[in-house]
Design a protein around this ligand. Structure first.
Ligand code: SAM
Length: 532
């Protein structure tokens, strides 16, 4: 054995040992040395043209690239790992281990179609025959995810009926009929390119980074939140350093300043199939900018999502999702978001017309104007949605303030609702306007409809619950609190017609990711008083 061969042999066994011990960085280092040595040996061997020796060297080089790809993929250095896979496959087009490694990386990058090609090719390698179950498992998974990402046909029924237990579902990324455009609300927004009916999926997106934890008691909660925020920033930083595409995507997000001048990106850049052009990130990170971007665009897995997912109130999760970051807030939203694992699912919570802006709530919009202004300011902006503009004009009315103050002081809620309804007649508030104001005072309406005593006293003088719910849903989309009042009403009356209303509300709240039968079951559980 020549000196060079001996050196290669030693490097190979040390690198393999490190790979087996999962010491990824060190093994990458040794495989890089091995690759250099192999390559220089190959160029020397060419001169002597010993075909057997040459083929052995090529084999070694292929395996070294393949193993370095594996180590790099474990560190999530996906672009570099893919380059290594391609180098290995240039030497041996059906190299089994490389094809599996490349397929798995492409799956992680949500490039299902390309992943499918890799697993199909793996079947042509002799090793594929011995590992049919493994390859078929990956093929099935790819086909399912590819179908989901193309069609948006997700079915979370079993998982929801199971009380959101079990391991997080494997979901594909999906972009529905939407595009980013200039918004009248602020900067850019996401717009429907087709009519979208209630419950239909708008998009499913995986987090760039996410950090979760349990907060615990008051003092420790604040600390825990700070630590989590710091960890979250570190994760984003790492993701940006690792991948140029991630950096470019994050760089496009708003810092909350001068939104009117921000570029409107083409939708193609959000498609994961787009090749990454090299991962070497020479561009220096502007950490101040990234921090402002995180401040403006990070979402907390709060309130409804956490509740829907059966988590307790101490649960806290913070994450960044790119396409979701283009969705503006509105107090008359038409979409909702649901967090499932690392994914955010956005669906229409009421019918949306082509060209309409897709919006959801950053904070609870079933509240009076003054509260909403407070919440919007704490988010760092002054809400410019159509409902706020409308209410700012109407709410100058002294009487409306009096109703609000009265409710705060604990006046009879039925009386307050009656006064508001009479006021709306006098102020000539019609159509959507009624829905806006009823949404602002929804808590009072819900209290009246939920109390037999109030209904006995005020029932004949205020509009029926169905009328009010319909007008609020028209401007707010579905909401669990509206659904609750309808289901309670159903329990009392046992009405069949109302069940259809509840089903429509349920569809708007949960989205079509829950199939009809499962939704029926959920609502029936609610009607039988076991809670939904
Ligand atoms: C997650 S970004 C939404 C997309 C952003 N408009 C853009 O151009 O990238 C959040 C920022 O959008 C703006 N924004 C969102 N909803 C708004 C609203 N209802 N009224 C005013 N500004 C809003 C605020 O500047 C907020 O900080």
């Amino acid at each position: 054995m020549s000196g060079a061969e001996e050196q290669m042999q030693q490097l190979r066994s040390k690198a393999t040992e490190l790979l087996l011990r999962e010491e990824w960085r060190d093994s990458i280092q040794l495989y890089s040395e091995l690759i250099d040595l192999c390559q220089s040996q190959i160029s020397n061997t060419h001169q002597h043209s010993d075909p057997d020796h040459l083929s052995k060297l090529h084999k070694s080089l292929c395996v070294a690239f393949s193993n370095r790809a594996e180590a790099r993929s474990k560190l999530q250095h996906f672009t570099q790992a893919l380059n290594d896979c391609d180098q290995a496959l240039q030497i041996e087009a059906t190299h089994f281990k490389t094809l599996i490694c490349k397929g798995k990386i492409l799956l992680c990058l949500n490039r299902y179609f390309n992943a499918l090609d890799c697993f199909k090719a793996a079947l042509f390698d002799p090793q594929g025959n011995g590992n049919l179950d493994i390859v078929n498992g990956y093929l099935e998974k790819c086909k399912k995810l590819e179908f989901q990402s193309r069609t948006g046909s997700f079915d979370l029924s079993d998982w929801v009926l199971n009380g959101f237990r079990g391991k997080p579902l494997e979901l594909a990324e999906y972009i529905g009929p939407v595009k980013v455009n200039r918004s009248e609300i602020s900067g850019r927004g996401l717009f429907a390119t087709k009519n979208i009916d209630t419950g239909t999926l708008v998009l499913v997106t995986k987090a760039i980074a996410i950090e979760r934890g349990i907060l615990g008691g008051q003092d420790s909660a604040e600390n825990a939140q700070l630590v989590m925020w710091k960890n979250f920033i570190d994760k984003v930083k790492e993701a940006v350093t690792r991948c140029q595409r991630t950096q470019l995507l994050i760089d496009m997000l708003s810092t909350g300043e001068n939104e009117a001048g921000l570029e409107v990106p083409d939708m193609s850049i959000f498609r994961p199939e787009i090749e990454e052009n090299g991962c070497s990130n020479d561009q220096k990170l502007d950490m101040d900018k990234i921090l402002s971007i995180l401040d403006v665009n990070s979402l907390v897995e709060e309130a409804v999502s956490a509740k829907v997912l059966g988590k307790n109130s101490d649960f806290y999760g913070v994450g960044l999702w790119i396409l979701v970051s283009f969705i503006n807030h509105s107090c008359n939203p038409n979409a909702r978001r649901l967090h499932v694992g690392d994914y955010v699912i956005v669906h229409a919570s009421r019918d949306v017309k082509a060209g309409e802006e897709i919006t959801f709530m950053y904070f609870d919009a079933l509240s009076p104007l003054e509260k909403r202004v407070e919440m919007s300011l704490s988010w760092g902006f002054n809400c410019r949605c159509s409902r706020c503009k409308f209410e700012e004009a109407v709410c100058s009315k002294q009487e409306l303030r009096e109703i609000e103050i009265g409710l705060e002081k604990g006046v009879d809620v039925g009386g307050a609702v009656y006064r508001l309804e009479e006021g709306m007649k006098r102020w000539a508030v019609r159509g959507k306007g009624k829905g806006y104001l009823r949404a602002s005072f929804w808590a009072a309406y819900a209290e009246v409809y939920g109390s037999d005593r109030s209904m006995k006293r005020w029932g004949r003088r205020i509009p029926a619950m169905e009328t009010v719910v319909d007008s609020v849903v028209e401007v707010m989309g579905s909401d669990e609190r509206l659904l609750k009042v309808v289901v309670e009403g159903l329990k009392k009356s046992g009405g069949v017609v109302e069940f259809e209303r509840a089903m429509k509300l349920g569809r708007g709240f949960y989205g079509k990711v829950i199939k009809k039968q499962a939704l029926r079951t959920l609502l029936e559980i609610g009607i039988n008083d076991k809670g939904y």
